[in-house]
Design a protein around this ligand. Structure first.
Ligand code: GLV
Ligand code: MG
Length: 312
């Protein structure tokens, strides 16, 4: 399955409206880890069909470097889904890594996309299983079924929270999605963030937070991102190049954290393999097998974001 992209970093995931020649041309110049060309909510209904060809051409002709490259198709409750897959995946060529399915409500929606992709791959000469899937959880039913959704296909690479549609689905009294609500004593999405993260991790998926709609408020964005970063999310959507810079920074371990993780791995290996001890002091902390597991995740994430160990 989309092995090229499965473990690539997705700290910053940039949305590019698929009907805009100008934004499509600009896409490759913005240093996001992942870019998705959108056929869904940033494209007007009258432009949806025309945008398919623009998007397929942009995938084929522009130089996207080695970032994860994705197309967001329309949800299964519209009339565009199958046409989006046939026309875009059928014509985009091998550089397309993934398709993003919005408003996923049940595992069967992912299974249906998986089967359709298999046929389109066979008919367009793509390796079978080449195209990965990212699924958006942004309805109440999707959240209720998130565990089955995350296990629905071996093509799945990432699960994404969509705060704007989710707020609408919950009928929350807010007019701006994906920002802190001052009147709520705590984080109104804490349960949602945790539930999606657990379902994703239990199935080996990357887990991504959706958009922050106040695009000029970069300090607020930085503060807001920290909640999903601290929980363990891999990255967050960006709607503007300025958001990419902030999000890449927030979702990377620091060099100190990365080097410390390596040092813990070394100390633990020496303790278990050379001294026959299961727990050992590391500075003023006791470390054991659980510390090794935490450190391994840090190292993997740091390597994914381009860090290399400083020689100690
Ligand atoms: C993203 O698609 C969202 O609805 O927040
Ligand atoms: Mg949405």
């Amino acid at each position: 399955m989309g092995q090229r992209s499965k473990d690539l970093p997705r700290r910053s995931c940039l949305s590019v409206p698929g009907s805009s020649d100008r934004f499509l041309e600009k896409g490759p110049t913005i240093a996001a880890d992942m870019t998705f060309l959108d056929l869904e909510d940033s494209v007007a209904p009258s432009e949806k069909v025309g945008a398919r060809q623009k998007v397929a051409e942009a995938v084929r002709k522009l130089d996207w470097g080695d970032r994860v490259l994705c197309v967001r198709i329309n949800a299964w409750d519209t009339r565009w889904t199958y046409g989006d897959v046939i026309e875009v995946v059928g014509n985009a060529g091998e550089r397309l890594d993934e398709v993003m399915l919005p408003k996923v409500q049940s595992a069967s929606e992912v299974e249906a996309l998986d089967m359709l992709l298999t046929q389109v791959e066979a008919n367009s000469g793509l390796p079978l299983g080449h195209i990965g899937i990212e699924a958006q959880i942004e309805t109440t039913r999707g959240l209720i079924n998130v565990e089955e959704i995350c296990a629905a296909s071996s093509r799945l690479e990432a699960i994404i929270f969509g705060p704007a549609d989710f707020a609408a689905s919950m009928e929350m009294p807010v007019l701006t999605g994906g920002v802190q609500i001052a009147d709520y004593p705590g984080d109104h999405f804490h349960y949602v963030f945790s539930k999606i993260l657990m379902a994703g991790r239990a199935n080996g998926l990357q887990v991504i937070d959706g958009p922050f709609l106040k695009i000029r408020e970069l300090d607020q964005l930085r503060e807001y991102c920290m909640r999903t970063r601290v929980l363990g999310y891999d990255g967050k959507w960006c709607l503007h190049p300025d958001q990419v810079t902030v999000i890449n920074e927030v979702f990377s371990p620091t060099q100190e954290q990365f080097d410390k993780a390596w040092d813990i791995l070394d100390a633990y290996r020496r303790a278990t393999e050379e001294e026959g001890k299961g727990a050992v002091m590391f500075g003023d902390e006791m470390i054991d097998e659980a510390s090794r597991k935490m450190a391994i995740k840090f190292v993997a994430r740091g390597e994914r974001s381009g860090l290399r160990r400083r020689s100690s």
